[in-house]
Ligand binder design. Sequence first.
Ligand SMILES: N[C@@H](CCC(=O)N[C@@H](CS)C(=O)NCC(=O)O)C(=O)O
Length: 204
Amino acid sequence: MNKFILYGYQSSSATKRVMLALKLKHIIYDYVEIDLSEGEHRSCAFHQLNVQRKVPMLTHDQYSLTQSLAIIEYLDEIVPPKSLLPENPTDRAWSRSFAGIFISDYHPLITRRVVEKLHGSSFDEDEIREWKTYWLKESLRVAEDMMGQKSIQSSFCCGSSPGLADICLFAQCESARKQDIDLNHLRNVSRIYVNCSEIDDFRN
Ligand SMILES: N[C@@H](CCC(=O)N[C@@H](CS)C(=O)NCC(=O)O)C(=O)O
């Protein structure tokens, strides 16, 4: 199989999702850091590679793939056998819906481009911290409710091994941890976060 190159940023949770998928699928890859704090994602060179000007981006063969969910599903499809999605169609739909909480609903609200816009609209540092904390907490509260509704008893969101849902949850919990958000009162979230943290692929 040809080389995989991941373009990402160290503290990007969308990059983290793809890194975790690569590790869980045992895929060897090269990594190129795009320093968002230096605005490298807006450079002409990166724009030529990725017109969306965001990370992560993955190149494989002659293809450039963007959007963490599309990348993860691509990896899952081309590298069998152990899928990151459950076999049962209902659980697959649940996993995608759960991933959507983070990828589609809440992560976009705290991205650099949004924070920069808030800075430009005279939000000060405290207000920005409060904004980020609010949306991170809200996302994890919704995740907890969804997990409670499913009455999850297993070690991971959909069974005994981690998959798409756990990847997205873990990446969001890491962002929350960086903002000193306490997760202990979220029983399911914190339990699965701890279970993931005990796996080397999630830790390193
Ligand atoms: N929905 C995209 C989100 C990509 C995204 O917003 N990435 C952030 C880093 S976590 C980024 O590149 N931010 C640059 C910016 O906001 O301008 C995905 O899941 O890949």
